[in-house]
Ligand binder design. Structure first.
Ligand code: JN2
Length: 836
């Protein structure tokens, strides 16, 4: 690296002793004006919102950075506190501006300052692109975890990848999804701090060679590699008004200098530039497949790049203080693996300890298997990562050797545990035999970790009974549950200012850092005056949501109707199709004149489909076609509207969940590991209609079954039903269902596009439909009908709505993080910090 360390000058106290910046409107306004004019060099001819936004970010950034430094210094005390590292290929952060204002506690002074300068906060906030560095649940969970850890003052560092292109932007053309690249960094990013001084070198390819070490042991060298630099970009993660600012370190790939030079000297300038491109490609784009594995080489490169850079970074900091003494390493460090994506870290830590730090196998394994912890996020078999041995050998030969050795030693343990059980050894092997040998990453994660957890009670239970049963039998003590949560700072206080104000006026502000305090709202469910205010807040939020829907889809929602919302990734197991079938059923009722005592309803569906997921894309098309027919039917009018909201993302959810009445959580039981959208809706006073799946079960337990619309088969019944499932029989036996199917079969929604929905019809009517949509259809219609009737009694509905918010305390990531910490990480929270 060409970043020079000072040699001649000695840094003085000015480096550490800076006067704190003012947090009042006056100081903020003055910094803002200086940044706008002097730093950004703009004037009255260039008063674009974007530069105003940048001036505000620079103003807030200074205030984050002084707290950031204090936090780092506190973590360094006494040779360094025990720390945890959250390794994740995805951090779905969304926007940072209003969250920083909220957590720094400068919400009011900033509004005041902007007001005096004649600026609108909303307009400036709109200038920020979402940091869409994730697909969905798993990525957003990582972001919520970061917020809660900072708020709890836990020494946790996030490690991820700084993709140049995040989650694609979704456009709808002729009803079909079209993907556009998300070049979110186009106009720069003032939130992150590049730290080239901490760049790491990552090796790929080459070969391994054994040699005899001085002490007579065998050592290994990984030679003839082509290397790539990993450059860290640090994002500040502010805790809620507590002076703490944690770090999210995202790695970007950069070509090494010498690589260019060699080729350049050899006279092939174009090859030099080509190689540079190859290297920098690694962090170019986020893979947009949610929950399906794709086996692409570039993806494995990304995974190793993240794991190796992060581990080297931790070891660099370790050796700076402890030299080559690793005796305390496991006592001071813990790595949480966000699904199997960073699991190569198990083998990489072994490599670094043995090959770079000269430790023996046993010592290295003792450390590795005591610092790694693995979280599983799905039961879907198609999401289980496997990498071909051939690819591994080619790209990461030294790591494959290590995995083979881990496996050999592990299988010896299996043989001891179950003598003579060859089946068991084959089943549990880290290497799957077959046409092509594959490395089973989940098994590597389990073998290499001291903790394995699922993300909701049912999910963790199913992991132990099914997918990981052999491992559970071998090591029951490793397995545990950590039910997911969401941060109430972003998902209630920030995105729902009306509710924030009402709740805080009623029970005080304690809920922002202790969500269980929402229970104090329970008695207010019976208070008519409070209910009226509650409904007024919901009404305002529905107006806001209706404008978003109209602006982005063109559909006009009547804000007096029930807002029935399903937003999440498009996937067959989530059963957006069941929702659409129900909409068609309502339409059929209206057309048949069966609309006495009707509850007007606006149905909103939103979500991205993986670009290669054909069925998910067809379901988007079906939604849009059904919407076109229904929304243009004068007979239907305001009784029913349906819209597909394009480009669902974090920032859209911030408007959607506050304005929702009914939250659709209707996955086939046993398939949704947890769900987290369900929690955001609940917090914002939506009532759930849902199956006994994932965290829905715990949501219903908390709120009580009177304030939850339950339907459908249980996970166990789903497995039983599969054996003799006869959807055609069900259709013939139920005239409501039969009419819906008839509308679809008669091309009512695709008159000029004959046949396009045949594949959908085919899966619905197949006895092998894995999602059992028709099996749950009748129960769904009935539950929806109950919800509609309940909505007619607005007082009763308001009560249910209040109870949902009041009972949502469990679903704060503050609780989730406390549990991870108490049972896995065992970190000491920082006592207190200056500059709260
Ligand atoms: C996930 C799980 C998830 C994945 C995503 C390839 C695969 C992947 C793999 C991502 C990629 C990118 C495995 O579906 C569950 C939700 O129920 C749960 O609430 C959240 C958070 O725990 O995790 C989701 N799983 F290229 O996103």
């Amino acid at each position: 690296m060409s970043i020079k360390i000072l040699e001649k000058s000695t840094p003085a106290s000015w480096l550490t002793e800076l006067p704190p910046l003012g947090m009042d409107a006056k100081s903020i306004a003055s910094d803002f004006r200086r940044y706008f004019s002097h730093t950004l060099g703009r004037d009255r001819h260039t008063h674009y919102a974007h530069y105003m936004y940048e001036a505000l970010v620079l103003t807030l950034r200074d205030r984050l950075w002084e707290r950031w430094k204090n936090t780092r210094y506190a973590y360094e005390e006494d040779g360094g506190v025990r720390r945890a590292y959250y390794l994740s290929m995805e951090f779905l952060m969304g926007r940072a501006l209003s969250n920083a204002m909220l957590n720094l506690g400068v919400d009011e002074p900033v509004h005041k300052a902007l007001n005096e300068l004649g600026l609108s906060m909303e307009e400036l906030a709109e200038c920020e692109n979402d940091a869409g560095l994730g697909n969905g649940g798993l990525g957003r969970l990582a972001a919520c975890f970061m917020d809660s850890c900072a708020t709890l003052r836990l020494p946790v560092v996030g490690y991820g990848i700084r993709y140049a292109y995040g989650m694609f932007r979704q456009k709808i053309e002729n009803g079909y999804q079209v993907e556009e690249p998300d070049h979110w960094l186009r106009s720069g990013n003032l939130w992150d701090l590049e730290r080239p001084e901490y760049a790491q070198r990552i090796k790929f390819g080459g070969r391994t060679e054994g040699y005899l070490k001085a002490n007579g042991d065998m050592g290994w060298r990984w030679l003839d590699t082509y290397d790539v630099l990993a450059v860290p970009y640090d994002l500040p993660i502010p805790g809620y008004r507590n002076g703490a600012v944690n770090t999210l370190r995202l790695w970007g790939a950069k070509a090494t200098d010498e690589f260019d030079l060699e080729d350049f000297n050899a006279g092939s300038y174009d090859q030099a530039v080509g190689a540079k491109n190859m290297a920098e490609n690694i962090t170019m784009v986020l893979y947009p497949n949610d929950a399906t594995e794709n086996g692409k080489e570039l993806r494995l490169r990304q995974q190793y790049f993240l794991a190796s850079a992060s581990l080297q970074d931790v070891l660099r900091q370790w050796t700076r203080i402890h030299g080559e003494d690793f005796s305390e390493f496991a006592a001071k460090n813990c790595f949480q693996l966000n699904d199997t994506h960073p699991t190569i870290a198990v083998a990489e830590l072994m490599r670094l300890l043995m090959d770079e730090h000269d430790l023996g196998w046993d010592e290295s394994w003792k450390i590795t298997s005591n610092v790694m912890a693995y979280t599983n996020h799905t039961l879907l078999p198609e999401a289980l990562e496997r990498w071909s041995v051939r690819l591994f050998r080619q790209l990461l030969p030294r790591l494959l050797d290590i995995i083979y050795e881990i496996n050999a030693r592990f299988l010896t343990q299996v043989a001891t545990h179950w003598p003579g059980d060859m089946d068991r050894q084959a089943r549990m092997s880290l290497i799957e035999e077959g046409y092509e040998q594959q490395v089973r990453m989940a098994y590597l994660a389990i073998v290499g970790s001291f903790s394995v957890n699922g993300v909701a009670a049912l999910h963790s239970d199913l992991l132990q009974k099914g997918l990981f049963h052999d491992f559970y039998e071998m090591w029951p003590e490793k397995f545990n549950n950590k039910t997911n949560g969401v941060t109430q700072r972003r998902w209630m206080a920030g995105c729902n200012p009306g509710l924030n104000k009402l709740v805080t006026e009623t029970i005080g502000p304690g809920w922002v850092t202790n969500l269980d305090e929402l229970r104090k709202l329970i008695p207010y469910a019976d208070d008519a005056k409070f209910r009226a205010r509650w409904r007024a807040v919901k009404q305002e939020n529905k107006v806001r949501l209706a404008s978003l829907v109209e602006a982005d889809s063109g559909v006009v929602f009547n804000t007096k109707a029930m807002f029935d919302v399903q937003v999440k990734r498009m996937h067959e197991y989530k059963r957006q199709l069941l929702n659409i079938l129900h909409v068609i059923h309502l339409y059929d009722r209206i057309k048949r004149g069966d609309a006495a005592n009707w509850t007007p309803r606006c149905v909103l569906i939103g979500g991205k489909a993986a670009p290669g997921y054909y069925m998910a894309k067809q379901i988007i098309k079906l939604t849009n076609n059904v919407a076109k027919v229904i929304n243009n039917d004068v007979e239907v009018g305001d009784k029913l509207k349906i819209a597909f909201l394009p480009n669902y993302r974090v920032t859209a959810m911030e408007v959607i969940c506050p304005g929702t009445d009914l939250s659709e959580q209707i996955s086939t039981a046993g398939k949704e590991a947890s769900g987290t959208g369900n929690m955001k809706f609940m917090m914002n006073g939506a009532v759930t209609i849902g199956t006994l799946d994932g965290a829905n079960i715990e949501i219903r337990e908390e709120v009580g079954d009177d304030s939850f619309f339950l339907f459908g088969l249980t996970a166990q019944q789903v497995e039983e039903q599969r054996r003799d499932y006869n959807p055609v029989g069900i259709i013939h036996g139920d005239s409501d269902i039969a009419r819906v199917m008839h509308l679809l079969e008669s091309h009512h929604f695709n008159q000029f596009e004959q046949g396009i929905f045949d594949p959908i019809l085919h899966t619905l009517t197949s006895p092998h439909d894995p999602w059992l949509t028709i099996a749950d259809f009748r129960a769904f219609i009935d539950a929806q009908n109950q919800a509609a009737l309940a909505y007619q009694d607005q007082e009763k509905w308001a009560k249910m709505s209040i109870l949902n918010t009041a009972c949502s305390g469990k679903f704060s990531t503050d609780r989730t993080m406390r549990e991870y910490n108490a049972e896995i990480w065992k970190l000491q929270p920082l006592p207190e910090l200056p500059l709260v």
